[in-house]
Design a protein around this ligand. Sequence first.
Ligand code: HEC
Length: 102
Amino acid sequence: MIKLLLLLLVIFVNPTFAGDPVAGEAKFKSNCKQCHGPAGMGMASYPKVSGNPIDYTRNRLQTYRAGAEIGPNSALMIMMAKPLTDQEIENLSAYLKDASKN
Ligand code: HEC
């Protein structure tokens, strides 16, 4: 029983388990908004990045971070994603999921 409680404690206290949308928003505004527009709504040739499931955004960002191409303009995103930490990817994914609703 004690072990189960400890396990639950670790899960809830460990910050890497869930993205923080507030931190994600701050990061987005300083690093991403200039291309993807306010709230990730997309601008000109830059795709809309808000409203997608967390899994989807996380997967895209991890793919770019690994240096792999997705579309014809991936070079830009690979450059942007390289310095992101796992936690920042979680935060950005959590923020972007609901960003367009705000
Ligand atoms: C210099 C402009 C630029 C900046 C800054 C930028 N992006 Fe992008 N982003 C792009 C382009 C261009 C694409 C499409 C790339 C391709 O063709 O694969 C893209 C694609 C994406 C995608 C995948 C969209 C999809 O559905 O396939 C996500 C997610 C994304 N960006 C998130 C971000 C985040 C988060 C940041 C900030 C850390 C960011 N971008 C900063 C230009 C930018």
